[in-house]
Design a protein around this ligand. Sequence first.
Ligand code: AKB
Length: 336
Amino acid sequence: MQKDAILITGAAGEIGQALLAQLAAAGKGPLVTLDLQEMPAETPGTHVQGSVADGALLARLEADYEFEQIFHLAALLSTSAERKPALAHEVNVDASLLLLELAARQSAARGGPVQFIFPSSIAVYGLPDLETKAAHPRVHEADFNDPTTMYGCNKLAVEKLGAYYSAHYEQLQPEAPVRPDFRSLRFPGLISAHTAPTGGTSDYGPEMLHAAAQGQAYACFVRPDTTIPFMAMPDAVRALLGLAAAPAAALSRRAYNVGSFSLSAEAFRGQVLAAFPGAEISYAPNPRRQGIVDTWPVDVDDSAARTDWGWAPEYDLARSFDEYLVPHIRERYQKQ
Ligand code: AKB
């Protein structure tokens, strides 16, 4: 017999580890985690080690479990995806399609929608030049959906596929099936105190901070004036759970911007230096990675999320650094 469960793909990653802790603390479950990596010791749930793009593995999971909710976090981030575009498409899009198919079958079989929560990204935006970026500092969901990266194309594609599976899947059948309930968030650059990011292009922020806390010199790969939105990990997890908890009738869209604070690389450096005054942080812009971040917006208009499901970040810039990032990062590296 199939067991009820919540599936978390990419569970060993930055968002996954933070989300799992919150789901377990809230008594949610049973939790099934899927990742290429092993999970750290004492992680809650049943872990399945393997690729999200492995159809046979997903078929085994489908046979064993009835998923009421899927948090599909597994992805290659923007810099990694640029280096391996075909692999990025396989992991970021093809695997998402397999999971949407699974969610569609299980929604129909159980007679209730499987909720499918997907982290999208500000990488879906593609501002054509710095003048346009400056002239449109808070982009609305519908604007500038012209990504210039494989990752941005992948995220936008899955947003569209998720909306299709939720609203139109099997539309030629005489009777509409029960379909999945796909919801997604366009995240800014995320910063965790507990994990360092890998493979992203917003990584210069968290890398600067983690390097300073370990007493290592850091050369920032973007110009000092480069400005994009960021968010502290506890708010990112709250956003995922807030969107998941919203009544379907309250939602006016399937992909929502969520904002928190926006700052330049130089202002980020200032925050890090205030906490770690001896830190050696210089600039060595990489023109190609710079080119990617220049297409991402200064900030996002998240009024739809605020109106529809009550989104409001709890960690502004000061609170993110003073109460979350700096104390926890200090503690993390002191322990090592
Ligand atoms: C990346 O840099 O690829 C991610 C993102 C902004 O989605 N952090």
